[in-house]
Each structure stands twice: as C-alpha cells, then as structure tokens.
Ligand binder design. Structure first.
Ligand code: SF4
Length: 351
C-alpha cells in the first residue's frame, strides 16, 4: 500500500475520520440540531456501538441516511500477543486494510494504552521497525479512539491512561491527534483525564508550541535519544533539521506556558549514545530545564545492528542526572517476550 499523496482519508474510514467538531459540522450540514452531535459521540465513542441501528435516541430517518452515506467501521484484531508481564500487543486492521499496532500495559492501579497515530511513519528513526517501511497514511481521530476502546474491551477494564507513542509522528497529524485526545478526554467519549493523555513526539517544534497553547492539560513527551546533534541526526533523521538549542528553547517555552513538566525519552544504545560524552551533553541539555528524563533500554529490532546498553549504564545515567538536579528514572521494560518494539509485530506479520 502506498501513501495517499492528497493526505485525505479513504472513504471507508467514514465517521471515524471525524472528531467531535467534525461530527457537529456533519449534523448541522444534515439539518440536525447541534445536540445531535453529542448523542452520536456518546453512542460511538462513549459506548462503542458498531452500528447506527443501535443509536436508539437518534431519529430513524437520520440513522438510515447515515447508513447509506457514511461507513461506521471498527478495527479488527488480526494478531494478538500476550506477554508474561500482562502486556498485550495488537495488530489491528483498519477499514481500508491499513494496519497499525497498539499495546495495553496493565499495572496494579492503571491500564495504559499506547496507540498509533499513523499507519507507518515518515520519520525514519534508525532504531525503529516502523520507520524502516515509511508512511502509509495518517489516521482519523476516531481510528485512534477505537484502538483505546479495543484494548479496554479486550481487558474488560477501563483505560486510565493513553499515550500517542505507537506508530507515527503525532505532530505530523496534529489536528486528528488533538481531536482524538479530546474525544478520549470528553465525558461523552472515554472520560480519561487530560493529564493522563500524553503525546509523544520526535520534537517537531511547531507542534510543541501549538500544544503549549491548547487549553487542555495534555502531557508532552519528547524523544531525545541524544543531546549530541550528530548522534541525534543519525538516530532520528526525520528531525535532523531541528537544532537541539531550538528544541531546548521550545521545551522551556512549553513548561513556562503550561506550568507542566515535559518528559524526555532517552533509549540507550550500546556504543551509540551511552558514552560519557553523551552523558555530559545530556546533563548540559537538561540543566536549568523543567523536565523528567525517562531512560529506556532500547528494544532490539532485527536488522538495525543496535544493541541495548547494560542496565548498569542506565543506572549511571540516572544517577548523574539526578545528582545534577534533573529528575531521571529508568523505565522498566515491558513485553520483553513479545514483539514489543514499535512496528515489529506489523513488520513480521506483513513481511
Ligand atoms: S520511532 Fe516513532 S517517530 Fe520514529 S520512525 Fe518509529 S514510529 Fe516514527
């Protein structure tokens, strides 16, 4: 499947292409009162109905019209892997046949879902299986909400946290991602608290600035992976045009504007970004900023040649950062016995 050069979503995505504002526009264009949009959102995203026929308080002629004009698809699980630690990873097929991955991460008091914002990804990160195969298309807002619902239904539990950290660069699909977060946050939708909804980006500065100006308290995570420009450029070629000082400035601006602390993701790769020089650069980058650094053992992906750093090295990084006044923690690896790295399941299933 190739990328849609127009950026438009396939017709089969139907109502799932729309966010709440889009559904309201649709209802108004059909001559319906504004409140009808809230009813439809409650049925589709609050209750997760799979057909218009189930929307019993929506007038029958409108339901019939919608059936005739706008598909109401729901993704289908085509592969499901369960880790011994409870993590579940899903490969789901969307209405037009594109596939994406999503992951459920349970812990004692939460269920976190990692969802995809695009099928494939154009960013080309060198450690990522998704980046290797390029962008197929961006997802509609409803297709992102559906991934969270699908995981909630599979666990039979309410989802407490969701993070746009699956396939895709969320800020390359900003409008739809924001619409999805709002549907997840809305009491008419999934009712997840805004602070429990996180956007994880490669650090597209325009997106960081834009998120800082949104009224909701969504949280921000930025994949840094190196504070040395040349190393970062080779790990993350999609943002090689972004100078690190400009990213740093944007993050400082974000924290000032929102009063919220962004987190920096740093996946340690042996011999690539785990040297003392890299650590010095990271400490220097973070100094004086309101950030939290998540240190992660990189998920090994066949064909990249990358190896994870020793866990003692992660500890050294964490201790040095904490001693310098930057809060840092080592994130426990989840789903080590399944294809947990972003894009691995899809790559293996699709060859
Ligand atoms: S790590 Fe994320 S942003 Fe980078 S290529 Fe993979 S999916 Fe895209």
């Amino acid at each position: 499947m190739t990328a849609d050069p127009t950026g438009r979503l396939p017709q089969a995505v139907g109502l799932k292409a729309l966010d709440a504002a889009g559904i309201e526009q649709l209802m108004l264009s059909l001559g319906q009162p504004r409140f009808r949009a809230g009813q439809v959102v409650r049925w589709v995203h609050g209750r997760g109905v799979r057909s218009y026929a189930q929307m019993t308080d929506v007038p029958a002629p409108l339901r019939e019209r919608l059936v005739d004009t706008l598909p109401l698809p729901f993704p289908e699980i085509i592969e499901r892997q369960v880790s011994a630690d409870g993590t579940r990873k899903y490969l789901v097929r969307l209405a037009d046949g594109a596939s994406v991955e999503c992951v459920g991460l349970p812990s004692s008091d939460r269920l976190t879902v990692c969802f995809s914002t695009q099928a494939g990804c154009a960013m080309g990160c060198s450690f990522c299986a998704t980046g290797a195969s390029g962008l197929v298309r961006s997802l509609g807002a409803g297709e992102m909400v559906d991934q969270v619902r699908l995981v909630a239904e599979d666990y039979g539990e309410r989802v407490t946290n969701a993070v746009a950290m699956g396939q895709g660069e969320p800020f390359a699909n900003y409008e739809a991602v924001l619409g999805a977060l709002r549907l997840m946050n809305s009491p008419d939708g999934l009712g997840i608290g805004a602070r429990h909804l996180t956007v994880s980006t490669c650090g597209l500065i325009a997106g960081v600035n834009r998120l800082a100006s949104e009224p909701e308290q969504f949280t921000l995570a930025v994949s840094l992976h190196s504070a040395v420009q040349a190393t970062r450029n080779s790990l993350m070629p999609g943002v090689s045009g972004t100078p690190l000082p400009a990213l740093r400035e944007a993050l400082i601006g974000y924290a000032q504007a929102t009063g919220r602390r962004p987190s920096l993701e740093y996946a340690l790769v042996a011999g690539v970004n785990d040297s003392d020089e890299e650590l010095d650069a990271l400490v220097h980058f973070c100094h004086g900023m309101l950030v939290h650094v998540n240190l992660i053992p990189i998920n090994q992906v066949d064909g990249t040649g990358y190896r994870r750093s020793e866990s003692s090295r992660l500890r050294v990084f964490a201790d040095r950062l904490n001693a310098s006044g930057t809060e840092a923690s080592v994130r426990a690896e989840r789903g080590a016995d399944i294809d947990a790295a972003c894009g691995q399941l899809r790559q293996r299933a699709e060859g």
